[in-house]
Structure formats: C-alpha cells, structure tokens
Design a protein around this ligand. Structure first.
Ligand code: FAD
Ligand code: NAI
Length: 478
C-alpha cells in the first residue's frame, strides 16, 4: 500500500530538516526524503545538506584550526609567549573537521527518530496528484517507491556553480567540497571569486601557509557590505594578512598541467597569468531543481532557475511549498531554517512568518564581518535620511586586553524616528555581537533604546552601546 503522509519534505538540509521536525512537532505525519548525495564511509546517507556536510560547519571547523595556528605563529609573541617551530598536520586538522560533521549529521538522524520523522532515502521527484494527494517518487539505489502527501515542501538546496571550460575534479580544481578536504597545504592557491566562500576558505589556507590569490570579476570589493566595512576588510585582508585580491578581472583559459593550474585573465592592465598548485572556484551557487519533475506538474521556476514562491514560501501549486537555497533570497542556512519552521506552522494552521528585513549576514574571516538591515549605500539610494554612529574596537578595553582591536561597529538610524535601520560590525566576535542588533531590529528598537541598555563591562558589546550613543553624537568612551 502507498505510504501516506500529511507532509513530505524533499531534502534534509537546514531548510528541510527544520521543516520536517517542526511539522512533526505540530502533530503532522511527516517524512523527509534525502538523496544519497552525502554518505558516511559505510555508505549510509548523511543528513544536514550542504550546511553540515560541505558548508557552514566544516568551513568553520577549519577556520578555527587555522586561526589557532596563525595565533600560535604570530600573535602569542605579543603576550610574551614563545611558540617555536609551530607545525600543522593537515590530516589531523581535516579529520577533526570530519568528526564534527559525523557528529552533527548523526545528530539530525537522532532528531528525526525523536520526533518520528520518517526518513526516506533516495531522490525525490513529483509524479502527479491523485485525490488531492501529491505523488512523490523516492528513487534509491535499492529501487523506487511512490509516497503520497497532502503537502510537499521542496528543500533541495543548491550546488556550486561551475564555469565553462574549468573542469572541477575536487582534487586540483575544487569547489567548496574539495577545498574543505585538501590533503596538504598548497604552496600557491588560486581562487576564482572573492565572495564569501573565497574569502573564508582563502583565509584558511593562507593562515596555514599558502600564497593565496583571489580573482574577482566585480570592480568593487565586497559590494554587498557597507562601504566602510568593505574598505576596512580590504585593508585587513590585503595589507595586513597578505591575501592578493585582483578586482575587475575577466577569466580566460584555465589549463591544468602536471605542475598545477594556469589561469589566464584580463584586468584593467592587460593580459595576466596566475600559476597555482590548486584552484578553488567559488562563483556562487545554483538552485537544485533538476530531476525534481517540476515541469511534469507545472511547478513554476523563475528566470534564475529558482522555484517561484510568495512571501509565505507557497509555490504556484496548491499545497506545494519551497524553502531555503532553492528559492529567492540570501543563500543562508538560518534563512532556510526560518522558512522551514514558518511553512510547517502555516500548514498546521498557525501564523508562521519570516522577517526578511532582519536576517543577519556573517563572514567568518578575521576580522569577522556581520551585518543586519540596510547599508549606507542602500539608504542613500533609497533617499532615506539617517544618522550614523561608528566606534572602533580600539577604544574598547576588552578588545585591547584581547590584543585584537581591528574594526568597528557602525549603527545607522532613521534621522527622524531614530529607528535602527542597519548595523554593521567588523571585528572579533562580530558573528556573536550582531545578535543584539538583530533582536533590536526585530523589536523595532531605536538607537536610543540600545544607548539606554546596560552592557556588561568589560565586553566587546560595549562598542555596540557606544555606537548607539554615537548616533546621537554623545559617545562616552570615544
Ligand atoms: P542544502 O543544505 O543544500 O540541502 C539540500 C538537501 O537536499 C541536500 O542534502 C541534497 O542532497 C538534498 N536533495 C537535493 N535534491 C534532492 C532530491 N531530488 N531528492 C532528495 N534530496 C535532494 N550559510 C550560513 O548561514 N552560514 C555559513 O557559515 C555558511 N557557510 C557556508 C560555507 C560553504 C562552503 C557553503 C558552500 C555554504 C555555506 N552556507 C552558509 C550556506 C548554507 O550551507 C546554505 O544556505 C544551506 O545549506 C541551505 O540549506 P537548504 O536546506 O536550502 O539546502
Ligand atoms: P558569492 O556570491 O558570495 O561570491 C561569488 C563571487 O564570485 C562574487 O563576488 C562574484 O562577483 C564572483 N564571480 C562570479 N563569477 C565570476 C567569474 N566568472 N570570475 C570571477 N569572479 C566571479 O558566492 P560563493 O562565495 O560561491 O558562496 C555561495 C553562497 O554560499 C554565498 O552567497 C552565501 O550565500 C553562502 N555562503 C555563506 C557563508 C556565510 O554565511 N558565512 C559562507 C560561505 C558561503
């Protein structure tokens, strides 16, 4: 007999597994289909999608290891600590990362069991609709079955975009998957695309000793960030850390030979050549819709291949929803998770919602970069009058004590109402500090609200406090 569920989720990444768990929590019979894209050494499917397997979690594990190596090599000395002959064993570093992935992907399996989410292993695709039930095929290595569902949530995520003429083998020429598992530190590492992955993974291998060159098509560095943040980041990454970043390039032929890779490119100064031992291609991601049977049931996709949805993640088909990287909006795990929870709540008849104006961005480089809300450029383009307060970490006792004073907090507030419109942080622990700004924006806070809140001393969060005071031109420690 055909298995029947209230909700079938296709894809067990952050968008999908959260949707499944929340739906089950709300009493809906729920199944989650996951293909065999990621598997453990025994061949058992790994849940958690890009994020847990080849994205957020493994990259942060490597960032931490490489940061420690960098500190031991360069920062201990200012504390009077001598660490001579500091070495890194790449195999151990990668194994540690793999163990974290194993632990967390297994954790999702445990959560599915706890919440009674049925895991169906195989590729999910639409086969049609009968008696108001969507028919979804699950095609695994042991055969195919069709299950029926009142609601389907598509959470098939995204894959790395590759470029024509640049064959990715994930050994020498790599996307994110290969770049997280190098077996040694390349002497010369090339990176195409100075976006989030390029900067994070470029930083990892630079700290471990590679000579890293990033080739970026756009003429502006970190164009999505606030201009003051982008300027500070440029200074830190290029002048202080020695990342070589070339902007406004046009990539030409890429040739792989015995000795490595040669990338021909053009910039304002003519034809150039980059020779490297390994190359990372990190030029954005494409939504996973191939093989989903979208056309066969008339599921609408937009001009960029993403499943078309409204503000509540409803597609053009009744009771078919889509969340995460496969739809519009930033490709961020926490955005997908919020959407997954929202959709499950809407299906259960509750009032789910996502505030797309308060989704934080974090880039886990050193210094870290984090923001929420509008940049100064966006506000100017929109003709919004604002007041800005900016305070450097150099004016903060805790930052000095920690020996890490790079960066600042910048707060932008409406000139008339004082409502906070955007907060931009570059500096140590920016990823954690931004949470206060997200809460403030969710609650419609003014800069004065933050200025009146007691912040523990001595903490980095005092810089947020001072930035709020600075909006009103009355900082107390600067
Ligand atoms: P995915 O995580 O891509 O999961 C989709 C799942 O669906 C996959 O498991 C896939 O196998 C499965 N699937 C696809 N098609 C089918 C099918 N037909 N049938 C069955 N299963 C299917 N975001 C952050 O917020 N913070 C970070 O620090 C961060 N770091 C990142 C670092 C890297 C290197 C990369 C590549 C990404 C990073 N991201 C980060 C982005 C984040 O990983 C994604 O936004 C997030 O994983 C998207 O979640 P998702 O559930 O939409 O899709
Ligand atoms: P990205 O969009 O951040 O950066 C890609 C960069 O490549 C852009 O700067 C783009 O201009 C450039 N580019 C595109 N085509 C090019 C070409 N032909 N030649 C040279 N440069 C070119 O995408 P990235 O880094 O691949 O990451 C994908 C997504 O994954 C991110 O947008 C983000 O959503 C997510 N992610 C999030 C992280 C986080 O939250 N910390 C970390 C890593 C990834």
């Amino acid at each position: 007999m055909t298995k029947q569920f209230d909700v079938v989720v296709i894809g067990a990444g952050p968008g999908g597994y959260i949707a499944a768990i929340r739906a089950a929590q709300l009493g809906l019979s729920t199944a989650c289909i996951e293909s065999e894209s990621y598997a453990d050494p025994k061949g058992e499917v790994r849940l958690g999608g890009t994020c847990l397997n080849v994205g957020c979690i493994p990259s942060k594990a490597l960032l931490r290891s490489s940061e420690l190596f960098d500190e031991a090599s360069h920062a201990f000395v200012m504390h009077g600590i001598t660490a001579e002959n500091v070495k890194v064993d790449v195999a151990t570093l990668v194994r540690r990362k793999d163990n974290i992935v194993t632990q967390l992907t297994g954790g999702i399996r445990g959560l599915f069991k706890k919440h009674k989410v049925a895991l169906l292993v195989g590729r999910g695709s639409f086969k049609g609709r009968e008696d108001e039930l969507w028919q979804v095929e699950v095609a695994g290595k042991d055969g195919a079955e069709v299950v029926a569902a009142k609601h389907v949530i598509v959470a098939t995520g995204s894959s790395a975009r590759h470029l024509d003429g640049i064959p990715v083998d994930n050994k020498i020429i790599c996307d994110n998957a290969g770049a997280l598992s190098f077996d040694s530190v390349p002497r010369r590492l090339g990176v195409i695309g100075a976006g989030v992955i390029g900067l994070e993974l470029g930083s990892v291998w630079k700290r471990l000793g590679s000579e890293v060159t990033l080739l970026e098509a756009l003429p502006d560095f970190l164009a999505a960030a606030d201009p003051a943040v982008a300027k500070e980041a440029w200074k830190a990454f290029t002048r202080e850390q020695g990342l070589k970043i070339h902007l406004g390039v046009k990539i030409g032929a890429v040739k792989q030979g015995k000795k490595g890779v040669t990338v021909d490119y053009e910039n304002g100064e003519g034809d150039q050549k980059l020779e490297c031992d390994r190359l990372i291609v990190s030029v954005g991601r494409v939504p996973n819709t191939a093989g989903l049977g979208a056309e066969s049931v008339g599921l609408a996709v937009d001009s960029r291949g993403r499943i078309d949805v409204n503000d509540h993640c409803q597609t053009n088909l009744e009771n078919v929803w889509a969340v995460g990287d496969v739809i519009r909006g930033p490709m961020l795990a926490h955005k997908g998770m919020e959407e997954g929870a929202m959709v499950a709540e809407l299906i259960a008849g509750q009032a789910g919602h996502v505030n797309y104006d308060a989704i934080p961005w974090v880039i886990y480089t050193h210094p870290e970069i984090a923001w929420v809300g509008k940049t100064e450029t966006q506000l100017k383009n929109e003709g919004v009058e604002f007041r800005a307060g900016q305070i450097p970490f150099a004016a903060n006792g805790r930052a000095l004590g920690q020996g890490d004073t790079t960066g600042f907090v910048k707060m932008l507030a409406d000139a008339r109402t004082d409502r906070i419109l955007g907060v931009h942080v570059i500096g140590a622990s920016a990823s954690e500090l931004i949470a206060e700004a997200v809460v403030a924006m969710e609650f419609g806070a003014s800069s004065e609200d933050i200025a009146r809140i007691c912040h523990a001393h001595p903490t980095l969060s005092e810089v947020m406090h001072e930035a709020a005071l600075a909006v009103d031109r009355r900082p107390l420690h600067f």
